[in-house]
Design a protein around this ligand. Structure first.
Ligand SMILES: [Zn+2]
Length: 356
């Protein structure tokens, strides 16, 4: 829900205009309280006002409801519900269950679910998601890279944040910071042995190799990752190398030909680039764990961030993030599906076994 124009909101507050009640809420930073536009409270200094589209947003920003104008539906449980919200704020990066929250608050699960939603308009789960997205945006604005922002916001993995943040921000996290402004990216598509495959390149090298459900979904994915770039379909006469590269890659996937050694236009944060370069050094037929990747780049404690950088790889197969397994040897995740990861690893194992 979009907020009215700021001037309109300021006028509504100064006139205590009840026709705006429910259309927005305002918080006063000096008191930590949020109100309806019609609240009879003493006017606050204009610079101390913050505006919110919903009570949940105001709550998530740390404000509590005004006792005078009662911007949330009065409930006997209100104090407990606010305490639940604050608990979620403090633990937004963890997996929280309703049972756990209800237990802390001394309420039954069904009562918590019902009264929280009645008071703030969303479920505790949706509130936690909103809080994460909020932090994620803040972290990005502060200049954190996407990987750090992902973790400080409590999203478990980049692939999850890609989906969710894209829904909430209208663009992907990397696009939020970069976006390929002023560049031309050509792409080529084919149905490979492992499904629909799209490769794209700048004039510096391959910047995108991804599997997807369809050509349309893949070109959309590409446009989402480079929203500022001019994206054009490769015409063989214009970039014959791209079509040839894609054919080589497909021959690698389907016929066991060697993996083509192509120029790669790596673009990411300094940390991501370190991880991806390390991955390029992992030979075919061998695998490493996420903690080995972290140690390998000299940051043994950054295991989660290393995993996240692997998950953020935009150049599949050529940057072999599929060669990274969980510490216990489990297959771990893969941005393009665990089945594809397994197939890639099986193919590489049998190829390297043959070559011995
Ligand atoms: Zn008030």
């Amino acid at each position: 829900m979009a907020l009215p124009a700021e001037n309109t909101m300021r006028t509504a507050i100064s006139k205590r205009d009840a026709t705006y009640d429910g259309r927005f809420y305002y918080g006063v930073v000096t008191t930590g309280v949020f109100c309806r536009p019609s609240c009879a409270a003493r006017p606050a200094l204009p610079e101390n006002l913050r505006f919110f589209a919903s009570t949940a947003d105001a709550l998530a920003a740390g404000f509590r409801p005004c006792k005078r104008c009662k911007p949330v539906n009065p409930s006997a449980d209100l104090d407990r519900l606010i305490a639940v919200a604050r608990y979620i704020d403090a633990h937004a990066d963890e997996t929280l269950t309703l049972a756990m929250l209800a237990d802390n608050a001394g309420l039954s699960v069904s009562r918590l679910q019902r009264t929280f939603k009645a008071a703030f308009g969303i479920s505790p789960k949706a509130y936690q998601d909103a809080q994460r997205v909020r932090r994620f945006k803040q972290a990005l604005k502060k200049g954190d890279d996407v990987t750090e922002a992902t973790y400080s916001a409590g999203f478990g993995s980049s692939s999850r944040v890609y989906g969710r943040a894209a829904n909430n921000m209208g663009m992907t996290p990397s696009a939020y910071r970069k976006g390929g402004a002023g560049e031309t990216i050509s792409y080529a598509y084919r149905r490979s042995a492992l499904g629909p495959l799209l490769m794209a390149a700048t004039d510096k090298g391959v910047c995108f190799v991804q599997f997807g459900d369809s050509k349309a979904a893949l070109t959309e994915q590409l446009a989402n990752e480079f929203p500022q770039a001019v994206i054009e379909k490769s015409r063989a006469e214009k970039s014959p190398e791209l079509d040839a590269w894609l054919a080589q890659l497909d021959a690698h996937l389907g016929e066991g030909q060697p993996r083509p050694d192509l120029p790669i236009d790596l673009r990411g944060t300094a940390f991501q680039m370190q991880v991806w370069r390390y991955l390029l050094s992992v030979p075919e037929g061998s695998v490493v764990s996420y903690s080995e990747v972290a140690s390998g780049i000299g940051k043994p404690k950054a295991v989660r961030a290393a995993a996240s950088a692997c998950a953020a790889n935009r150049v599949g197969v050529l940057i072999p993030c599929h060669r990274v397994l969980r510490g216990d040897g489990g297959i771990g995740g893969y941005r393009w599906g665990v089945e594809r990861k397994r197939t890639l690893l099986d193919n590489e194992r049998s190829r390297s076994a043959r070559s011995i």
